[in-house]
Design a protein around this ligand. Sequence first.
Ligand code: FE2
Length: 387
Amino acid sequence: MENVRIPLVKGVVSRQARTGWPEGTVEDEHGREGFAGNYSMLYRRRPPTQWTRIEGPSRPRAMDMDALAAPDADDPDATPTLLLENEDVGIYVSRRRAAMPYYFRNVDGDEVHFVQHGEGRLETEYGDLSYEAGDYLVLPRGTTYRFHPASADSYIVIVESRTGEVALPDRGLLGHFVPFDAALFEHPEPSSTPLPDDQDEWEVRIKRGDVLTSFFYDACPMDVVGWVGTLCPLKINVRTFRGIHSERTHLPPSAYATFRGPGYWIVTFTPKPLETAADAVRPPGYHRNVDYDEVIFSHSGRLVSRSETTGPLLTLHPAGVHHGPHPRAFELTRDVERMDAYVINIDTHRALRPAPAFDAAEQQDYWEQWKTPLTAAPLAGHRGSQT
Ligand SMILES: [Fe+2]
């Protein structure tokens, strides 16, 4: 058949990936290009995550998001805190509680802000956008802006797209309207209110090559009265998303892709009913994402692959290092009907380097959590649906 590369089948396998794991085995995906390229499913006798020791830096890592010290929480003049970076992407956190006393213009990259907690007003030269928890705010490279938080629990995760523009993924045969309709993006309107004149001096702080330069004006520089074009800040909330799902099999993260840029993807897992087929495996399988480092954190709720005790962790699974369900995940998902969680996933082609702030908030024993045996067989089994 044209364009179909028939897989080779060797030994004891399931003929339908992600379902019907042969008794006494777990499925381990060895694939290229995330979950879209050449692959083989390996059927193993033991989870490949049951390591006893790791020597060296390429290991599963996790950071307690609540423990992260972000200087801009208490110092309005501070800038966001770097967590992880590579040549293509910088990942930062802002916990700002008071308005920025300066305007900011990032010339090092587009910015995608995800509002984990909090609400307020984003002032830009294109006009204002209000924001709340669950919003993605996209700021094109070089946009002048400042944040005016209106809540004490502000927590924003920022992805800096360093080598090219933020874009929407190609949705291919899925069409234009899932997992969300791009018509839902909100845009700022030019402000019609008088400019503030309560300051003697106005600062615009430009970041170029990770170095800051300040320009000062004797009037508020946000004096745009109109704009026309194809470039502007955008806002969309994850609650508007309509992710697809299958009753009979687990879909890969690419089905939930939200944004992409050179060297990275941003994915939003949204609430869904869990699979009901008797041979379905509800948590995602084991894999070693050989082309991507994976960063993941929960916005609300719990990912089905994690244990019930997981706190507000931001995790880093380096490319090539196995990961997969927590040993209790098969048991914990057996008698629930839905995954009511919003989870943010950032995948990067190049290796991410943790910054000191990540190291300082690290949960040191995270790599150990898969050591214990599984507490239930992987298949949903007793659920009664026909295969
Ligand atoms: Fe993964």
